[in-house]
Ligand binder design. Structure first.
Ligand SMILES: CCCCC/C=C\C/C=C\C/C=C/C(=O)SCCNC(=O)CCNC(=O)[C@H](O)C(C)(C)COP(=O)(O)OP(=O)(O)OC[C@H]1O[C@@H](n2cnc3c(N)ncnc32)[C@H](O)[C@@H]1OP(=O)(O)O
Length: 301
């Protein structure tokens, strides 16, 4: 651990801040890339939005160190940013990516699931449902530029997008590893998996808690392209251009036709889903399993 401004900051987080320095350097290159004078980044503490109004595209970057785990705060900020972009006619598409090095998102923040009250679990789960429904049904084209590891809830975020580009690096694993923690993916995550890779591949991956390396993720269809790490964002933007060549109304109606039945399964039973999560996560055995997993993660660090 390093001490910085009175805060305990993990050394790994400081290393990752190399990416933020790169981000600062990139700011200088924004003019060249079309993000010129008058076009401002916006967002919040944990979600950075880089708009390109001329292209109608915004790059949405998760920046919640050390690993972009989906805390209640990150979920809330992401929902607000997506809502803002969804309601702004300037934008037709978003690229969702990470501002951190080596991690897209570590999935659900396990500290939100351990030792908290039932009311907290319920609030947390409602926020996760809200994010999933908003992203999954968004009228915007959504491309995930997956520039790091993306287990469990991180994988769900990617699956909720329309298209996925993954970095070709051994650390960039993606998949539903929930069972390895002793927990169960919710039915709507399962449905997303089935819709993306088919029933058999989803069943195997969900039961075995598989984290796919890039080539395997491409082979099963969990991602659409695998490219060198430094080409993830440019490839995502090139894919975006192809999707934006389609008239919005036709693409949006088609997206809704494909996705609404899946989303409706949750939308119609949200509160029952919350209660089933709360009673599951409150079990002693589940609390113990999650604590043990979290401790192992911390010891590894
Ligand atoms: C029947 C009813 C069903 C109801 C549904 C029930 C349950 C819900 C089920 C499913 C939905 C989704 C679930 C999830 O998403 S669970 C989370 C799964 N995620 C993981 O397993 C990832 C764990 N993390 C890692 O593997 C690695 O951290 C990494 C992402 C590969 C990055 O590795 P790296 O070496 O770069 O970092 P560290 O491992 O050293 O971690 C740094 C730091 O972060 C802490 N941390 C990591 N992941 C999490 C996390 N998910 N939540 C909270 N904190 C996390 C880690 O402990 C380190 O902390 P430290 O204090 O040591 O700095």
């Amino acid at each position: 651990m390093a001490l910085m401004a009175g805060l305990r900051v993990p050394a790994r987080a400081l290393l990752r801040s190399g990416c933020w320095l790169r981000g600062a350097a990139l700011a200088g290159a924004e003019a060249a890339a079309g993000l010129g004078a008058g076009v401002r980044r916006f967002g919040s503490q944990r979600v950075l939005v880089e708009p390109d109004p001329a292209a109608g595209v915004a790059v949405v970057k998760l920046k919640s160190p050390p690993v972009n785990s989906l805390s209640l705060e990150l979920l809330t900020e992401l929902v607000i940013s997506l809502e803002k972009l969804d309601n702004d006619k300037t934008f037709r598409g978003i690229v969702l990516t990470s501002d951190l090095c080596g991690v897209f998102s570590a999935g659900l923040d396990l500290t939100e699931l351990c030792g908290r009250s039932p009311a907290h679990y319920a609030e947390y789960w409602r926020a996760l449902q809200e994010l999933w429904l908003r992203l999954y049904l968004s009228g915007l084209v959504s491309v995930a530029a997956v520039n790091g590891a993306s287990p469990a809830g991180g994988c769900l975020l990617c699956l909720s997008c329309d298209y996925r580009v993954l970095a070709d690096s051994p650390s960039c694993v993606i998949g539903p590893n929930e069972t390895r923690l002793g927990i169960v993916a919710p039915f709507w995550f399962k449905d997303c998996m089935v819709n993306t890779v088919g029933h058999r591949a989803a069943e195997q991956a969900l039961q075995l808690g598989t984290l796919f390396p890039p080539a395997e993720a491409l082979r099963v269809g969990l991602v659409d392209q695998v490219v060198p790490e430094d080409q993830v964002q440019s490839t995502a933007l090139a894919a975006m251009a192809r999707w934006l060549a389609i008239p919005d109304h036709a693409r949006q109606l088609t997206k809704s036709m494909m996705r609404k039945p899946t989303a409706d399964r949750l939308a119609k039973h949200r509160e029952a889903d919350v209660q089933s999560f709360v009673s599951f996560v409150s079990r002693d055995s589940i609390q113990k399993a999650l604590q043990t997993y979290l401790e192992k993660l911390k010891q590894k660090g």
